[in-house]
Design a protein around this ligand. Structure first.
Ligand SMILES: Nc1ncnc2c1ncn2[C@@H]1O[C@H](COP(=O)(O)OP(=O)(O)O)[C@@H](O)[C@H]1O
Ligand SMILES: [Mg+2]
Length: 277
């Protein structure tokens, strides 16, 4: 696993908050006091309950939504909206139904006005990596759910973004497929320099994939815990320490008393932890 300490910061949030205005003009605070440093090339998972503000946080980090207050820096500069260096994958892939796999994957180059001759080899290369060379002439409706999600990953990764944001990308898939794609994503990440930020409400997924695991609590959404996972035993979902950490994080999410949650934490070894209130 890549060591985190020596890496430069790619995204930095300082006291970030986000409110939405409701129908009667009252403000609802969805996220508050978000302080987060994301290092280049790391795999960060953001864990939280549904409705807790995870998607909103991801949209802020991608510059797809403006924050209400606070500072958000990308490579040391204020983040601009629509930065091509940041890609995003949604839960339901968002492929264009009228385009073939190959056309979908090459779309990022096409809208930049590049000629197919210039990027076709890159599209073929990435389709080979995601194991979909045989399907390049097919349309999305001819693919299984897992294949569609691999096309979505290929489409985002082919343009080599600095940061890739993934919003519950596997939650619509069955358990077996979800596990295969989790392994696939980890393998892809270890070969590339892309910073991955994946949002999930699934504790197992957050532990398996995350090098840095950030827990977002509710009402309003804020970071309640941040842990760094650098030990291979947390890549094995049947390891006793994996299960201990899973139990601890479940209790944090469910809002179990601090004493109880800390009791669960006692048995977990070798995990640096930043606890927040
Ligand atoms: N554009 C919006 N306008 C008003 N409220 C919103 C908007 N987007 C999200 N919200 C509210 O913000 C809260 C968090 O939503 P979201 O970030 O989607 O949570 P999660 O992804 O964790 O399920 C929800 O209560 C949701 O209704
Ligand atoms: Mg969401």
């Amino acid at each position: 696993m890549k060591p985190i300490e020596a890496l430069p910061t790619v995204l930095s949030c300082q006291n970030l908050s986000k409110s939405f205005r409701g129908s009667h003009k009252q403000e609802t605070v969805v996220l508050t006091d978000i302080n987060l440093e994301i290092c280049k090339g790391t795999f960060v998972t953001i864990l939280g309950q549904s409705g807790g503000g995870k998607s909103t946080l991801l949209k802020l980090l991608g510059g797809f939504l403006p924050s209400s207050s606070g500072v958000l820096l990308f490579n040391g500069q204020p983040l601009k909206s629509n930065t091509p260096d940041i890609g995003m994958i949604f839960q339901d892939h968002n492929l264009y139904p009228w385009m073939t796999v190959e056309q979908n994957v090459g779309f990022g180059f096409k809208i930049k006005g590049e000629k197919p001759g210039k990027y076709k080899h890159l599209v073929h290369e990435i389709l080979d990596i995601v194991g979909l060379s045989h399907a390049r002439k097919l349309y999305p409706h001819q693919l299984s759910g897992g294949m569609r999600q691999r096309v979505a990953i290929a489409r985002s990764i082919v343009v080599k973004p600095t940061v890739l944001l993934l919003d519950e990308p596997f939650s619509a898939l069955d358990v077996q497929l979800r596990r295969r794609l989790q392994e696939f994503l980890l393998a892809l990440w270890s070969e590339m320099n892309t910073t991955m930020i994946l949002v999930t409400h699934n504790v197992e997924e957050a532990i398996l994939l995350g090098q840095n695991l950030v827990v977002v609590g509710e009402s309003p959404g804020r970071i309640v815990e941040e842990i760094t996972i650098s030990d291979a035993q947390y890549r094995d979902r049947y390891h006793p320490n994996f299960l201990r950490l899973q139990r601890y994080l479940e209790s944090v999410l469910e809002g179990t008393s601090k004493e109880q949650a800390n009791d669960y934490y006692e048995g977990i070894l070798a995990i640096p932890r930043i606890q927040r209130n």
